[in-house]
Design a protein around this ligand. Structure first.
Ligand code: QAP
Ligand code: CO
Length: 170
């Protein structure tokens, strides 16, 4: 397995709209390895979610593990939100926007349909943190970041803060 490098805001590659995964390729060793590399990269960060877009692969899949023990890896291929209701506000972060956290309003409950890593169709209802995480990661596949929900002024402050942090780290 391998730890992959993660694109960071404002990298324009994060704005790419990802294309669906061909279900016939899910069983390929290269694709399965990519899923394991993404999980390893997410755990190493550490993070609770990572979309393929963030590792510069513009296909519709993502990994999530919100469990305390980091023992419940979940893979979502070609995910679709088929129903949603309610609202919740959660303070989000993102591995592509390190050190920045902000409140975002999203649906409270969602119904998600996707393929798992065996290519099987799954459909289930999620709420709370899992629902936030799935919505956040699907946004990545559409080229959208959580900072896009902030005002243009706040987004510009985030961009400047990241530039400054990188300068100090260099
Ligand atoms: C998305 O985010 C998410 O700034 C996943 O310095 C976040 O794993 C969904 C992270 C919150 C729902 C709620 C962020 C790690 C990890 C940072 C992450 C950082 C180190 C973010
Ligand atoms: Co993110």
């Amino acid at each position: 397995m391998a730890i992959l490098s993660i694109l960071e805001f404002p990298d324009m590659r994060l704005r790419t709209k990802a294309v669906p995964v061909d279900p016939a390729t899910i069983g390929d060793p290269d694709f399965q390895r990519q899923l394991d590399d993404m999980l390893e990269t997410m755990y190493a960060a550490p993070g609770i979610g990572l979309a393929a877009s963030q590792i510069d692969v513009h296909q519709r899949f993502l990994v999530i593990d919100i469990s305390e023990e980091k023992s419940e890896p979940c893979v979502f291929i070609n995910p679709e939100i088929v129903d949603k209701s309610g609202e919740q506000v959660y303070q989000e972060g993102c591995l592509s926007v390190p050190g920045i956290y902000a409140d975002v309003t999203r649906a409270e409950t969602i119904t998600v349909r996707h393929l798992d890593r065996h290519g099987q169709v799954q459909e289930f209802q999620a709420d709370g943190l899992l629902a936030v995480c799935i919505q956040h990661e699907i946004d990545h596949l559409n080229g959208k970041l959580f900072v896009d929900y902030l005002s243009p002024l706040k987004r510009e402050m985030v961009r400047k803060k990241l530039t400054k942090m990188r300068k100090h780290a260099a």
